[in-house]
Design a binder for this molecule. Structure first.
Ligand SMILES: *Cc1c(COP(=O)(O)O)cnc(C)c1O
Length: 457
């Protein structure tokens, strides 16, 4: 397979590098961890994209999740055009916002009320402020390898781009802020209990007594306001929760009076209509959303229990606002997307298709004698290039053991064959409703060839 012409992408990347840091507006797009020139995408249609040089690819990034229906889905496009014809933004309330909020509240067991924002980062940032205000506590617990956006409090052991670039946190995050974020191990309930009990213990040791916070449970000495988790982790590659893990996190939160925040920015309306919380039957106090609910336009949201959400301004004292929040175009795209995914059998079809891809992929690796661990759930999948003998990838450590150099080579062989995978070992692959059987089969054949080439290296 000849390497395709990439001259126009190369020229654009050179120009971009002079005026945009690293030439990109989000780090993973730079292809740094796969050592190639990033392709500049000119257009997309269904499950396909075309770069500026006219090369065609089957797209498994799908904008990192929002495009669960693929590129240019007719009803999403029609809804956005229609909204545009009425005005792009007013900074005032519109009917669409109410309809989208109603749909979200109806779908998610843990959401009585919801506030729309513009990104997933904004959603988690605002949820933390709210949790701190509600409990009167200041600390947050997150899990290593979970990514919740790029604001200070959560850019600690944050997977994804941070993991790819070997910087678990970032310069510029004040130590005073970082100190308030504690980390536990994903799928390691004991480590969570340890963190929370140490917190409660050290507090009691200082003789400060129980806080006057509303979460005064049996161990109210804790200063932990909330535990935030990706119920299914998608930012260290795909890592599934072990049976009982999420239930355990819920139980430990209750024990220490900490709020449980599910970051469902990826899983919301992707694992199923009720997200991970319905799938696992674990109800969080607060939920963060993004990606799919915007149908490809910039949206985020945070929602939860009514008593907590009522603290948000103007009904309560916790301030949070946004010039473009609830933007009519984004809301229209989101509404149209949610209508499509609500159709009977939508998620079953998507899961079945992804299952076929996963099975073919696994077989291809096995045929070539390549030791991989393949994690798949719903329409999400990651193939980890783990060391021989690794049986499962279940957390930050096992994910981190993957050979990024081998992934980079595999990625290149796939790209040459017209398959556009996430340009990082630590990002999940996204399948959309627009991926047809033929494209899935072509992808499996390409994987077969790529694994074979890897074996020749
Ligand atoms: C993508 C993502 C975010 C951040 O969303 P942005 O819209 O990129 O700010 C937060 N949490 C999770 C789980 C994500 O996957």
């Amino acid at each position: 397979m000849p390497m395709k012409n990439t001259r126009k992408s190369e020229d654009l990347f050179a120009r971009a590098g002079r005026v945009i840091p690293g030439g990109v507006n989000s780090p993973v797009r730079a292809f740094a961890s796969v050592g190639l020139t990033p392709r500049f995408i000119a257009r997309g249609e269904g499950c396909r994209i075309w770069d500026e040089d006219g090369n065609e690819y089957i797209d498994y990034v799908c904008s990192w999740g929002p495009l669960i229906l693929g590129h240019r889905h007719p009803s999403v496009e029609a809804a956005v055009r229609d909204a545009l014809g009425r005005g792009s933004t007013f900074g005032a309330s519109t009917r669409g916002e109410v309809e989208l909020a109603e749909k979200i509240v109806q779908a998610l067991p843990g959401v009585d009320m919801v506030r729309l924002v513009n990104s997933g980062t904004e959603a988690t940032m605002s949820a933390l402020r709210l949790a701190r205000a509600f409990t009167g506590r200041s600390k947050i617990v997150k899990f290593a390898g979970c990514y919740h956006g790029h604001h200070d409090s959560l850019l600690i052991k944050a997977g994804s781009g941070a993991l790819t670039f070997g910087a678990p946190s970032s310069p510029g995050v004040p130590i005073e802020v970082a100190r308030n974020t504690l980390t536990a191990g994903y799928n390691d309930l004991a480590s969570l209990e340890e963190v929370l009990s140490a917190e409660a213990g050290s507090d009691a040791g200082l003789g400060s007594g129980p806080k006057a916070g509303l979460g005064s449970g049996p161990k109210a000495g804790s200063d932990v306001a909330a535990v935030i988790v990706e119920p299914v982790a998608g930012n260290m590659g795909l890592v599934l929760p072990e049976p009982g893990f999420l239930q355990g996190v819920r139980r430990v939160c209750d024990m220490y009076g900490a709020l449980l925040i599910f970051d469902e920015v990826i899983t919301g309306f992707r694992l199923g209509y009720g997200g991970a919380q319905a799938y696992y039957d674990v109800v969080p106090d607060l939920t963060c959303l993004g990606k799919t609910i915007g149908g490809g336009l910039p949206v985020g949201a945070y929602g939860g229990r009514q008593d907590i959400m009522s603290m948000i301004s103007p009904s309560g004292p916790v301030y949070q606002a946004g010039t473009l929040s609830g933007n009519p175009l984004a809301v229209a795209a989101g509404l149209a997307t949610l209508e499509e995914v609500a159709q009977e059998g939508f998620y079953e079809d998507l899961e079945k298709k992804t299952g076929v891809l996963a099975e073919g992929w696994r077989q291809a690796a096995e045929n070539a004698g390549a030791p991989i661990c393949l994690n798949q759930m719903g329409s999400l999948m990651t193939s980890f290039f783990v060391p021989e003998g690794t049986l499962r990838v279940t957390d930050f450590e096992t994910a981190g053991s993957a050979d990024t150099q081998r992934y980079a080579e595999f990625f290149k062989y796939m790209l040459e064959q017209g398959v556009y995978l996430p340009p990082s070992q630590f990002e999940a692959l996204f399948v959309s409703a627009a991926h047809d059987e033929k494209s899935v089969q072509r992808t499996i054949e390409a994987a077969q060839h790529a694994f074979w080439r890897l074996g020749q290296d």
